[in-house]
Design a protein around this ligand. Sequence first.
Ligand code: ATP
Length: 442
Amino acid sequence: MQENLMDKMVSLCKRRGFIFQSSEIYGGLASTWDYGSLGAELKKNLKEAWWRATVYERDDIEGLDAAILMHPATWNASGHVTSFKDTLVDCKGCKKRFKVESVKGKKCPECKGELTEARQFNLMLKTHLGSVEGEGSLTYLRPETAQGIFVNFQNVANSARRKIPFGIAQIGKAFRNEITTGNFTFRSREFEQMEIEFFVKPGDDEKWYKKWIDERFGWYISLGIRKENLRKRPHEKDELAHYAKACTDIEYKFPFGWSELEGIANRTDFDLKQHMDLSSKDLRYFDDGTKERYIPYVIEPSGGIDRSVLAFLVDSYREEKVRDEKRVVLGLDRRLAPVKTAVLPLLKKKPEIVKMAKGLTADLKKYFYTIGGKVVYDDTASIGRLYRRQDEIGTPYCITVDVKSLEDKKVTVRDRDTMKQDRVELANIREYLGDRFNKRKA
Ligand code: ATP
């Protein structure tokens, strides 16, 4: 099951419209992906769940949406121009490029051709602003969203009148010219990050570092990832990024092995100090109470939306036997499910049933506008088939309207996981679903 789970997932994602290869009609663009109608919903729901947990449910974090393009000096200050590099070798025969650590011996791992000397290769994507190309117009597509937060540290602290400890949260695109690719969306060249920079008093950093590791680990579990598939892995000293004093990865047991979902790093005062030096602006924090001025330390939980989407998809996938037939289910948490409820008429030949089902769909669409999420109507197949379609994309509830509904004004609600059916008064259906969608899993 594990070996071909990735193949099944890639195929399900394409067939049902979760994820497509980017620019597929031109043969595709390596390691870039497009999210289809269901993928876009799942991604949006995941971002909402993160924003809710970090910005709305806490009272010590502000949100931010900074530009992708930044002043090029940012990347000198952050160290990315000099340090964000992989050491690579090229094959003189097949021209493929490899990370030096992935090559054993002096031959190309694919064609056994001769390799060039190792060279440093920066992972940032370059671009030129304005109408003239040249060094003056050079900047980069951001390789992490974090720097947008650091350069706005004072803007946010002052405008929101924040006192330390507090954090800034941001979701946004990041770009890296990755060499090792593959494993579907796991390592993409364009991806989205969800990052928090949490500013603390120097000395309090280790306490907050531990807190954030537990907090973020718990978030994945609370949204349904199975505990046995998640682990914390502290970095060895020699694998720490240039800015970090300590880092712990939260790893997920993907079918291709344990791999990083999120990193929680103690970035110390590295970034603010660097920006202070390069911009000549005083970015120190003034503590009203103690009358001290200091550069805060920063704890950074930095996760990837795309990797999380993939982990939630893989983790929730299951195959069952029901009455000798295979049932594929995505057991996604209700908050993540791309379609919240599907309304399915049992007899589409009867106009009164169709009318009732469409009326219910329209009403639920309005209702779900306030509690969030997509409601669909489908009458294009037999009921067994319609259920299977919804199970496979993780729809938590299907509602059927039948001949009896016309008399008793009741509909049947089927639960995705238990397949149990409840007969519910049409007049109570909003309340019935509302209770279930607002009820959080422990
Ligand atoms: P890796 O070691 O896997 O390259 P990283 O340690 O370089 O990742 P970070 O710089 O810590 O990654 O970035 C924070 C998060 O951003 C990662 O935990 C991951 O979820 C996400 N991320 C980083 N690079 C990519 C990528 N190429 N594709 C998708 N997500 C990514």
